[in-house]
Design a binder for this molecule. Structure first.
Ligand code: AMP
Ligand code: ZN
Length: 130
């Protein structure tokens, strides 16, 4: 897709620190890492969000994390944990589906801050969801 940063990375128009690639996906270092070894796993075909993704490809990507990417990070960077996350719509800066693989280390000091002052009562939320 024109004007998509990650499509440009796939086409080689923007450079990336690619650590794995095959016919379906590409994996490269996040340019603004939260911790050492922060990777982005993306499909080669442009899809915007999780809800546009083919289930089979999602399964393939999870399998890749389990069997290749986690072992790679563990072996080479000695990571002590791995946070897997991905944003859809709000909070999603790049509108090309991607999974963040954020290594955790005892010493990383990573803190995720949530402003809890706008939270509803747990019971009210539950009433809407049950
Ligand atoms: P999100 O906010 O979930 O859409 O995350 C987008 C991620 O893409 C951010 O963590 C950015 O640092 C990363 N990013 C943006 N442009 C590039 C790039 N050219 N190469 C590598 N990572 C990038
Ligand atoms: Zn794209």
């Amino acid at each position: 897709m024109d004007n998509c940063t990650f499509c440009k990375i796939i086409k080689g128009e923007i450079p990336s620190y690619t650590v794995y690639e095959d016919e379906k996906v590409k994996v490269f270092l996040d340019i603004d890492p939260s911790t050492d070894g922060h990777l982005l796993l993306i499909p080669k075909e442009h899809k915007e969000t999780l809800f546009d993704m083919d289930n089979e490809l999602l399964t393939y990507m999870l399998q890749l994390i389990k069997e290749k990417l986690y072992p790679l990070l563990k072996e080479r960077l000695h990571i002590e944990g791995l946070t897997i996350s991905q944003n859809n719509y709000l909070g999603q800066d790049v509108k090309h589906f991607h999974i963040h693989l954020t290594p955790r280390y005892e010493s990383d000091g990573l803190k995720i801050h949530y402003d809890k002052s706008h939270l509803s009562k747990l019971e009210d939320v539950y009433e809407k969801l049950k």
